[in-house]
Each structure stands twice: as C-alpha cells, then as structure tokens.
Design a binder for this molecule. Sequence first.
Ligand code: FMN
Length: 229
Amino acid sequence: MNLDPRAVADMRINYDQGVLLESDAPADPLDLFTRWFDAARANLPAEAEPNAVALATADPDTGRPSCRIVLVKVIDPRGFCVFTNLESRKADQIARNPWAAMTFWWGQRSVRIEGRMLPVSAAESDAYYNARPIGSRIGAWASPQSRPIPDRKHLEDREQAFRDQFSDNPSPPRPPYWGGLRLVPDTIEFWQGRPSRLHDRLRYSRSINLEALDDAAAHGPWTMERLAP
Ligand SMILES: Cc1cc2nc3c(=O)[nH]c(=O)nc-3n(C[C@H](O)[C@H](O)[C@H](O)COP(=O)(O)O)c2cc1C
C-alpha cells in the first residue's frame, strides 16, 4: 500500500454554504426534508444520486451492525422505502431486528433517519417492480443477493435462464423474494455544515405506534431540539 498519509489527513473543505436555524425549522420534519431533497436534486450532479442512503441494520444475536448503500424509491408521510431482495443479509437482519437507520449525504448537508423498518404491502412492491426497466426486473429474479456464488458466469447463466423463461411475457411477475422495506422514522436529524466545525444539528423525535406503523396519523407529535456538533 502506497498512500501518502498527509494527503488523507489534509483533505478538508470549509463548510460555509448554509445555516440551519430553529426559525427555518417547520413543525413537520418531512417538510424540511422535502426542501433539502429538492435542493440536493437541483444542485448536485445526477451521478451523486441524492436518493442514495447508507442503510444500517444490526444482527440481534451478535449486536454487530452492517451498512450498505441503497436507493430510496418512495418517500411519503409514512416513511422512506427501499427495494431489495427479501432474502438478503439486510432483509434477514430487519426481519429479526426491525430497528434500522439510514443516512443521506448531500455535500455540506446530511440527514440521519432512525426507526422501525417493515415490509411494504404486496401491492406497493408490485407497483414499483412493474415500473422498473425489464433488465432490472429479470435481474431481481436472477440474483440470490448476499449469497456466495461460484463465479460471474453463474449469475449470467441464471439471468439468461430467466430471460428465456419470460421471453414471451413482457410483464414478468415480481419474484416472491423481492420487495420494499419502509423505514418508519422516530428520529430525523438535519445536519448543516458550518465554519470552524461548529455545525448546526436539529433533531426531531417522536414516539411511533408499533401496532400501526403504516398509519402516518397513528404516531406521536414531533418535538425538536438542537444538538452540539
Ligand atoms: C449507488 C448504489 C445503489 C444501490 N442500490 C441498491 C438498492 O436500491 N437495493 C439493493 O438491494 N441494493 C442496492 N445496492 C447494493 C447494496 O449496496 C448491497 O450490495 C446489496 O443490497 C446487498 O447488501 P446486503 O448483503 O447487506 O443485504 C446499491 C449500491 C450502490 C453503490
């Protein structure tokens, strides 16, 4: 390994592009999220994929966390929905320990969301699956996500086998092991970088009704507080 340690340690930019004050903070954090998300979409290059998040889950047996990048595909008052293989490592951990966290990063801003993750309805998974390009729909069938496979050819052979199976079907059905997982937030924190590392952090919290996670109206009211950076 030949990496100049100074080159890494000296990487820094000054965060001076914005402020986040209590007077800017609406009662509903989703209103602030929408404002920031729209700004990220307008200001960042498309390759930055502003809907990409780091999604953290934890194995309940070992307490060991794991984290990966996924794309958020539905954002509504119920929460933040991603689509994935429901037999993957992440989905297995969520099935056994539904607490999860995701972090958006948009240059000098970040949003951290924590809460409870649960599968979306079959109808919601179908709706998103059917809107994907055909290659992605076949890919969902072909990939036993998170499992060891012998080589690249194995994957491509599986893809071809499913292409053949669905060759006369322009609308292949959704694989039973693929669908959406929604993070229902009980915490949403907004981080705005500021000079001298004296950043703004506003954290919204509420209690969520575990018996009615899909009902946006069933949860407690949001409260907000400032955190030290
Ligand atoms: C930019 C980007 C977007 C991704 N989007 C998704 C996604 O929406 N769904 C998904 O299952 N994996 C997505 N992945 C792959 C995941 O990072 C990960 O490799 C995969 O979900 C398996 O994770 P797991 O084994 O922990 O379950 C994406 C990766 C990157 C880098």
